[in-house]
Design a binder for this molecule. Structure first.
Ligand code: FES
Ligand code: FES
Length: 155
C-alpha cells in the first residue's frame, strides 16, 4: 500500500507493508535520527511527533501516518544551526552517547509548544517515557527548563 504524509515540512509518499511500523518506514526512508530500541513502546528512543503529539513510532502502524504530519529530529535544527533546545542540551551536558537524545528533544518540543513555562514537575512528566542509560535525567530536565527560559527571553 502507499501512504502520503508530511515529514519535516516535506510532502512524502511511501510504499509500505500493511503491518509495517512507522519506525521501520522512517528509518528505511533515511530518517536515522529515529532510533530503534526496545520496539515495545517502553524506551522512547523512537519518539517522533505525529500531528504535534509525541508517539513511540515502534508501536504505530505506518498506515496510521497516512495524511499525518510527522516531525523527526531531522526537522529540528541542523548541526550548523542548532535550535534553542538542542543548544541547551549541549550547554547543560545532557548528551552523552546521544542515542536517547532525539526522543528527549521531540518530547520536550511538544511540551514547550503547549506550555512555554513548565514547572520542573511538568518537565519530568513530559519526559517520563524517555529512558536514558548514560546521562540520567537531571541534566535533560535542566536543559528543557533552560531552553524554556531562553525561549521566553529570560536569559
Ligand atoms: S523503540 Fe520504541 S519505545 Fe523503545
Ligand atoms: S545519552 Fe546515552 S542513553 Fe541517553
Amino acid at each position: 500500500m502507499e501512504i502520503s504524509c508530511i515529514v519535516n515540512g516535506e510532502k512524502k509518499q511511501f510504499k509500505i507493508e500493511p503491518d509495517e511500523t512507522l519506525l521501520n518506514i522512517l528509518r528505511r526512508e533515511g530518517y536515522l535520527g529515529v532510533k530503534r530500541g526496545c520496539e515495545e513502546g517502553n524506551c522512547g528512543v523512537c519518539t517522533v511527533l505525529m500531528n504535534g503529539r509525541p508517539v513511540n513510532s515502534c508501536v504505530v502502524f505506518g498506515a496510521k501516518a497516512d495524511g499525518a504530519e510527522i516531525i523527526t529530529v531531522e526537522g529540528l535544527g541542523t548541526p550548523e544551526n542548532l535550535n534553542t533546545l538542542q543548544e541547551a542540551f549541549l550547554d547543560e551536558g545532557a548528551v552523552q552517547c546521544g542515542f536517547c537524545t532525539p526522543g528527549f528533544l521531540l518530547s520536550a518540543t511538544a511540551l514547550l509548544k503547549e506550555n512555554p513555562e513548565p514547572s520542573r514537575e511538568e518537565v519530568i512528566e513530559a519526559l517520563d517515557s524517555n529512558y536514558c542509560r548514560c546521562t540520567g535525567y537531571v541534566k535533560p530536565i535542566n536543559a528543557v527548563l533552560a531552553a524554556a527560559r531562553k525561549m521566553r527571553g529570560e536569559e
